[in-house]
Ligand binder design. Structure first.
Ligand SMILES: [Zn+2]
Length: 125
C-alpha cells in the first residue's frame, strides 16, 4: 500500500497527523457531512415547528462537522510545516513547542503561552 518513506525529521509526527486525519475524515463520513460549504450553510431552513428538533440535531452535527473541518485544516497546515521544515515551532513567536504538547496535539501551531493569549494569533482562517 504505502511505499516506505524515509524516516525524516518528524516522521512520527507525520504518521500521527496522517492517522488522525483519516480518523477524522472517517468521522465526517459517519456524520454524512461531506461538503464543508453545505455544513457552513446549514441553518434552521424551511422546516419550522416539528422541524425544530431536526434543525437542532443538524446544528449539533454542523457544529461538530465545523470543528472537525477546522481540525483537518490544522492538520494539513502542520503537514505543510513538516515539509517546510518549520514544524514544532510556534507560528506566532517561533519558540520551539515542547514535545509533550506536540505529542498531545501533533497539529499544535502555537506554543502554550501563545495559545493561551486571547484571540490575536488565530492561525487557521
Ligand atoms: Zn508562541
Amino acid at each position: 500500500m504505502t511505499p516506505p518513506i524515509e524516516p525524516g525529521p518528524h516522521a512520527d509526527a507525520r504518521a500521527a497527523l496522517l492517522n488522525k486525519r483519516s480518523e477524522i475524515v472517517a468521522k465526517v463520513d459517519a456524520l454524512g457531512a461531506h461538503d464543508p460549504a453545505e455544513v457552513a450553510n446549514l441553518g434552521f431552513g424551511k422546516r419550522i415547528g416539528d422541524g425544530t428538533t431536526y434543525a437542532v440535531e443538524r446544528m449539533t452535527d454542523a457544529y461538530q462537522a465545523r470543528t472537525i473541518y477546522a481540525t483537518v485544516a490544522e492538520i494539513d497546515h502542520a503537514l505543510e510545516r513538516i515539509d517546510a521544515g518549520t514544524y514544532g515551532r510556534c507560528v506566532a513567536c517561533g519558540t520551539a513547542i515542547p514535545d509533550e504538547r506536540l505529542q498531545a496535539v501533533p497539529w499544535a501551531a502555537l506554543c502554550v503561552p501563545c495559545s493561551a493569549k486571547p484571540d490575536k494569533s488565530k492561525v487557521v482562517r
